[in-house]
Ligand binder design. Structure first.
Ligand SMILES: Cc1ncc(COP(=O)(O)O)c(C=O)c1O
Length: 384
């Protein structure tokens, strides 16, 4: 048999993978082993018996196992409409729309609201889903240094003569930094300069604000932001995401957001799971207090041991290590000591910003957190 030449595309892919490996940026899928400090299951609900029961009951009560089409075709189950209304009431918005993932929600919102010629002011630490939405919108973008409001205001001022729409986009709790956006100040800036504020509440949902409503509700900004995005795959231990805002926003997204229109709706049984998760999360003050107090004490212990945790104020604690190699060997050493903590490397963080990303959940204990610090200390001593 004739040996087929390797197509040029595959050769290029192989070369690219080799270059990723050479700079310790090659990723591979691995099974999580050991005690997890890398999951976004902040309220420790992923194995909750009530959530599982809600799913089983929904199926037993006749919920279909497939939605059978896009919401605009055959997939619009009343379960989703009811849940959207419930979620909107929960976060104090006029309306909400469910997307099948947070990624789809962010891409949908950004690519739909901003148009060619508009300007989007985006924090440099924003999640890839926001960045991709911005790219698709074809709007001009101004990336401002992480939470540098002086820089942001300066650029807003300079853009004053531009006759276009302006948007400011941030996460309320930043996914790789664990710090918090000053939403009140941002809302003031947005108002002063005629910009629309968009807030991704992915890591605040369920964890911060009254009943876990997030920072927009906590700050009383429900009617000041144009859109806020709440993922269900993290503290709500489910999947998908809501975009909350005005009724006009919802109708616009239904008509224009391609990630909503051209995608099969999530199955109706998932709506039952999310509804149950929402109820659990609202009542979970004890878990919220627990996860945040564990995070506070873990951060303090890490700082005592001279680790740099940046400006984290949440359940997400970065341990800033700088080089990819350093982050990888720290994660590997922790794995050997029984902890699942991931090394985060560029492009998820800026070059030279490699880190461990510790995410605390309510199922952990002070004792386990103490052992993590101990393990990191030993690791630090080993590799210097
Ligand atoms: C800040 C932020 N926004 C959006 C997403 C995407 O959400 P999903 O995982 O539901 O697609 C993530 C996921 O990690 C995130 O961290």
């Amino acid at each position: 048999m004739l040996e087929r030449p390797t197509p040029p595309t595959l050769s290029r892919l192989a070369a690219d993978l080799a270059s990723l490996e050479a700079c310790s940026q090659l990723r591979s899928l691995s099974r999580r082993t050991g005690i997890s400090l890398c999951s976004n299951d902040y309220l420790a609900l992923a194995q909750d018996a009530k959530l599982k029961r809600a799913l089983i009951e929904a199926i037993e009560a006749g919920a279909a196992v497939a939605s059978t089409g896009s919401r605009l075709l055959s997939g619009n189950d009343t379960a989703w409409e009811e849940l959207e209304e419930e979620f909107a009431r929960f976060v104090g918005a006029e309306a909400a729309l469910f997307f099948s993932s947070g990624y789809a929600a962010n891409v949908g919102v950004l690519s739909t609201l901003a148009r060619k010629g508009d300007i989007i002011f985006s924090d440099e630490s924003n999640h890839a889903s926001l960045i991709d939405g911005i790219r698709l919108s074809r709007a001009r973008k101004v990336i401002f240094p992480h939470l540098d409001l002086n820089f942001l205001e300066d650029r807003l001022r300079r853009s004053a003569p531009e006759r276009c729409e302006k948007f400011i986009v941030v996460e309320s709790i930043f996914s790789m930094e664990g710090d918090r956006a000053p939403l009140l100040e941002l809302a003031e800036l947005a108002q002063k300069h005629g910009a629309a504020l968009i807030v991704d509440e992915a890591h605040a949902t369920g964890v911060f604000g009254p009943e876990g409503k997030g920072w927009v509700a906590e700050a009383g900004l429900e009617r000041s932001v144009v859109a806020s995005i709440y993922t269900c795959g993290k503290a709500l231990a489910s999947a998908g995401a809501f975009v909350a805002g005005s009724e006009t926003l919802k109708q616009y997204l239904v008509n224009r957001a391609r990630t909503f229109i051209f995608s099969t709706a999530a199955p109706p049984y998932l709506a039952a799971q999310i509804r149950a998760a929402l109820k659990l999360a609202r009542e979970a003050n004890d878990r919220r207090e627990r996860v945040l107090s564990l995070a506070t004490s873990l951060r303090a212990r890490l700082r005592d041991a001279d680790f740099d945790c940046g400006h984290s104020v949440s359940q997400i604690i970065p341990v800033l290590l700088g080089s990819n190699q350093r982050a990888l060997s720290a994660a590997e050493s922790l794995r050997r000591r029984g902890f699942a903590i991931r090394a985060i490397r560029p492009p998820a963080v800026p070059p030279g910003g490699a880190r461990l990303r510790i995410s605390v959940n309510a199922g952990l204990s002070e004792e386990v957190c103490g052992r993590v610090v101990q393990a990191l200390r030993c690791e630090g001593a080993e590799i210097g």
